[in-house]
Design a protein around this ligand. Structure first.
Ligand SMILES: *[C@@H]1O[C@H](CO)[C@@H](O)[C@H](O)[C@H]1NC(C)=O
Ligand SMILES: *[C@@H]1O[C@H](CO)[C@@H](O)[C@H](O)[C@H]1NC(C)=O
Ligand SMILES: *[C@@H]1O[C@H](CO)[C@@H](O)[C@H](O)[C@H]1NC(C)=O
Ligand SMILES: *[C@@H]1O[C@H](CO)[C@@H](O)[C@H](O)[C@H]1NC(C)=O
Ligand SMILES: *[C@@H]1O[C@H](CO)[C@@H](O)[C@H](O)[C@H]1NC(C)=O
Length: 344
């Protein structure tokens, strides 16, 4: 008697404290009358006044098919299984999302921050074949990369994803550099390629070419939306084009005595990952120069110092080569504030 009274009082207090309105619906493709309202327009359904800590979404997509939803759940829970997490099994990609504002679970459920494993162009050196920024992505796709290209298009549905070669080559990650504001291409880029890229990019993204003896721009320049580090021997004119096109402050710098800064460092606006050869004193100096926290990459037996060949990032997503280990994912997570996937 007494304890049930306490329970009632407690529940009432909690009710006042945690009243939270959430969308509540669920749908699976196996339902006899599969209706996508819960997936695309939950606001057309009745919301529920929940006595819970979190509004939640669990979205289940086919790993192999762009944006094809197998099931969608919107609800409210005190203790969600995962607060915010993305992971894959053999067939599906699962997105868990939790939030604490009224009606905050009306979105797609795809967390904007996820680190995902993939192979591109049949290679783990995905950074060699692609470039991702906050306003566009370039892919050096081949005929048989349609599948992976469409996965990326699904992940990055808000920005243009452009399949292109540069000078007829697929190793575009090595050859160009860019950020939210601009894109720099080698002078020898074909006119047809340049035209294709200009057509696909929004007008706000400036496209320029650079004529420099150091023509592998992706290897000699690394940038985010605010700063760039460049190979110390880059031409003065190149430096000016970089500053102007990418709207960044430019620093000539080496990383651990290596001038290939674009291979040895990966940057977002949140942070950066640097090759393992760097010592603490240099790391601190570089971090204060760039004004972002930097993390030193893994250094195990298979470790590859050229971090940029196995990793591409924006502020919203990271892709890492299939061979990336879980300790490497931890470094990526720490460096960029991303949520690493959990594999079964
Ligand atoms: C989960 O991630 C979303 C999007 O980044 C964020 O708005 C939300 O606050 C996060 N949830 C929690 C409980 O931290
Ligand atoms: C990408 O473009 C190349 C030609 O530049 C083409 O051969 C390939 O089929 C395209 N791939 C996709 C996935 O569109
Ligand atoms: C750290 O590395 C820099 C550049 O490679 C070098 O000049 C410096 O002497 C090193 N400092 C220490 C304490 O090892
Ligand atoms: C880092 O900066 C400090 C202070 O300017 C300097 O003494 C030190 O030599 C620098 N370290 C490296 C590796 O450049
Ligand atoms: C590191 O990756 C680059 C780019 O693919 C490759 O050329 C190089 O051989 C790799 N190094 C090691 C030690 O695996």
């Amino acid at each position: 008697m007494k304890s049930s009274l306490i329970l009632v009082v407690f529940a009432t207090l909690c009710g006042i404290g945690f009243s939270l309105e959430c969308y509540t619906c669920s749908v699976a493709e196996t339902d006899p009358d599969f209706d996508k309202t819960c997936i695309d327009h939950p606001e057309e359904l009745l919301a529920t006044d929940c006595n819970k800590n979190y509004c939640t979404i669990i979205r289940q997509e086919y790993k192999d098919e762009e944006n094809i939803v197998a099931s969608m759940y919107r609800g409210c829970e005190d203790y969600p299984m995962y607060i915010n997490k993305t992971f894959e099994d053999e067939t599906y990609r699962f997105y868990y999302f939790s939030c604490q504002e009224p009606l905050c679970n009306g979105g797609s459920g795809k967390s904007p921050k996820t680190a995902l494993r993939m192979r591109f162009a049949n290679s783990d050196d995905i950074g060699v074949f692609m470039k991702v920024t906050n306003s566009y992505a370039l892919l050096g796709g081949e005929e048989h990369s349609e599948h992976v290209c469409s996965l990326i298009r699904g992940d990055l549905s808000e920005i243009p994803v452009i399949n292109t070669s540069l000078e007829g080559c697929r190793v575009i990650g090595r050859m160009c550099v860019g950020n939210k504001n601009g894109l720099l291409l080698p002078e020898a880029t074909y006119d047809t390629e340049l035209q294709h890229i200009r057509n696909e990019l929004p007008d706000s993204v400036k496209v320029e070419t650079i004529q420099d003896r150091l023509s592998a721009l992706g290897n000699v320049i690394v940038c985010n939306d605010h700063v760039a580090i460049v190979h110390p021997d880059l031409d003065k004119e190149s430096e000016e084009i970089i500053a102007d096109t990418l709207q960044v402050e430019v620093f000539r710098h080496m990383i651990a005595n290596n001038p290939l800064v674009g291979s040895y460092c990966v940057l977002s606006n949140q942070g950066g990952l640097v090759c393992a050869d760097i010592n603490n004193s240099e790391l601190e100096n570089l971090s204060s120069l760039l004004q972002v926290p930097l993390v030193v990459s893994w250094h195990h037996k298979q470790g590859n110092k050229t971090v940029a060949s196995g990793l591409v990032v924006s502020d919203h997503i990271a892709y890492a080569g299939m061979k990336t280990t879980s300790s490497e994912f931890t470094a990526i997570d720490t460096a960029f504030g991303l949520i690493p996937p959990r594999h079964y």
